[in-house]
Design a protein around this ligand. Structure first.
Ligand code: SF4
Ligand code: SF4
Length: 317
């Protein structure tokens, strides 16, 4: 199992994506909390990778370079996501690229969304391409994550010629019905299939820590900051090492990680949650189903039933 810490250093972002799930209003994580979390991860060997996220993490550029260098020195791989809303002049871009490479960054995910065009004008696209090429040439694993509303939409920045580089890839996602896009119809052509109902946590946790200190077991945009039912603790009140232990023993998380939603439905067949989840609009994927389950008042009964199952408690131990 490969566990990841996704550290949101700030809620701030210069962009305004339609599906953004980041809480409104300013909010930065205290540097001391971020340093303490990373120290805990190193001391207790809690995660194999750290990703800086946000908001726009590059608004905390100096802190990223400092924290990233300490991770690199400890042998923990680190990376970040960015919407590129931080771009200034060409020389600023190269200075910051130098800093990231010098601090040992190993991966970067650059998000591209049609609505970025409101703040990032097309004349900035060559500079974004130059940054991406800089990272690719530096041996960093680069992912371009394109979010689109329909099949006709393409990446507005020409990057496809980089696809023959082994450390470069492009991913396409449909707008998820979250944030300002909450309640919109699903755009995906391929809908949820119960035969593929695994929770992505099967591969490992992505402990997402927000500036408020709240911790979630994953980074699902459907649920974080919305369904507090998935919150597993707050690092301002509880040591991170204890939060990780609680997540590993949580009956709901244990069950969906082990047997997926198909197994969970078999374990709780009489719950009205399932009928309501599938009757109330289409389901896009496992995490969308999870969000519907968590938002249903019957969820607490499912959690109680799972806690009483001998199988679940045995697995948890
Ligand atoms: S780039 Fe990310 S943080 Fe910024 S508005 Fe878009 S989704 Fe939200
Ligand atoms: S299925 Fe639920 S717990 Fe699993 S990754 Fe998705 S939102 Fe998180």
């Amino acid at each position: 199992m490969r566990n990841i810490l996704a550290l949101s250093l700030t809620n701030r972002c210069p962009l305004r994506c339609s599906f953004c799930c980041v809480p409104p209003g300013p909010g930065d994580m205290d540097l001391a909390i971020a340093q303490g979390l990373i120290a805990d991860c190193i001391r207790h060997d809690l995660v194999q990778e750290v990703g800086f996220t946000g908001g726009e993490p590059m608004l905390r550029y100096n802190d990223i370079v400092q924290l990233g260098a300490s991770l690199d020195a400890a042998g923990i791989s680190w990376g970040m996501t960015t919407g590129m809303g931080w771009l200034g002049s060409r020389s600023t871009m190269h200075t910051k690229a130098d800093g990231l490479l010098g601090a040992g960054i190993r991966s970067i995910s650059v998000s591209v969304d049609g609505t970025h065009g409101r703040e990032i004008k097309p004349e900035k696209h060559p500079l974004i391409r130059e940054f991406v090429e800089r990272m690719v040439n530096g041996g960093i694993n680069v992912t371009i994550s394109v979010t689109k509303e329909n099949d006709a939409e393409a990446c507005p920045i020409e990057l496809t010629d980089l696809l023959d580089r082994r450390n470069f890839r492009m991913e396409y996602h449909y707008v998820a019905p979250v944030g300002h896009a909450d309640g919109r119809a699903c755009h995906a052509q391929v809908r949820f299939d119960m035969r593929d109902s695994q929770c992505p946590l099967k591969k490992g946790f992505t402990f997402s820590v927000w500036p408020s200190g709240d911790v979630y077991p994953c980074c699902s945009t459907y649920t974080v900051n919305k369904a507090k039912a998935l919150r597993i603790g707050n690092v301002r009140r509880t040591p991170f090492v204890d939060i990780v232990a609680a997540a590993l023993n949580d009956p709901y998380l244990v069950t969906i990680r082990e047997v997926g939603f198909a197994g969970l439905i078999l374990l709780t067949p009489d719950s009205p949650v399932w009928t309501e989840a599938f009757m109330n609009g289409p389901v896009q994927d496992s995490c969308h189903l999870c969000a519907k389950v968590l938002a249903n008042p019957g969820f607490q009964d499912i959690r109680t039933a799972l806690a009483q199952l001998p199988e679940a408690s045995a697995t948890a131990r």
